[in-house]
Design a protein around this ligand. Sequence first.
Ligand code: OAD
Length: 247
Amino acid sequence: MIKNKSVIEKFLSPSKIVVLTGAGVSAASGVPTFRGKEGLWKKYSPQELANPQAFAAKPELVWEWYIWRRNLINQVKPNSAHHALVDLEKMNSGFTLITQNVDNLHRQAGNTRVIELHGNIMKNKCFDCNKTSDSEVHLNNGLPHCTYCGGLIRPDVVWFGEALPFEALQNAQSAVTECGLCLSVGTSGVVEPAASLPFQAKAHGAYVVEINPEQTPLTEHADLFIQDSADKVLPEIIIELKLAINQ
Ligand code: OAD
């Protein structure tokens, strides 16, 4: 897989490793991706379900969709790609995992240095005052309201047209400017500002590895493109790294 000694050295060097993940990492767990043949955006419309105007107009419809996704995600488990990234975090003291996924599977697997760029589908916040909320959401009890301002409670995810959480984006941007190795895994690389992060890493001198069964806008700029699924490739990389450490 990565038999090349100089690539293995980049993984084992003390310089920082940043991993950017997207929906493809959770595909083997059974969480649908957004784009591609079976992608969510083929069956559902982001205009109707994933933007603030849609929530303001039809909050019940938007909540129904998010409750469906929550239930689906509650039934799945992290896969071998998630577990391999936990091993990689243990091997690198400057490790940062930046994810566009809202499914919480990286934390569930055991990663601790996680930046959630697009929020977390299991969390709620107020649509008006933005305060986080622990309300349980069951639509048969009516829509939940904020205990501070009375506004509607919404899922704590980033919708189209919304800014990313400021601190998360800042931390992600400084991580990519400081890393020696940047992995882009399972993302189509078309949603900004996440899509630019591997390019920023490269501009600051990092070695960029992309893992994806399909080519993306990053592919021709990556130093190494591994055209395969993350759940296969990442565990193989960990085996290679452990072999190299024990040699
Ligand atoms: P996409 O659905 O756009 O892309 C998923 C990528 O995963 C594709 O490039 C696939 O080729 C790849 N893929 C599929 N199976 C894989 C596997 N087993 N291993 C590795 N790669 C695999 O998902 P994202 O790039 O994450 O935003 O999408 C970015 C953002 O667009 C999402 O966070 C979401 C969406 O709209 C918001 O909701 C704000």
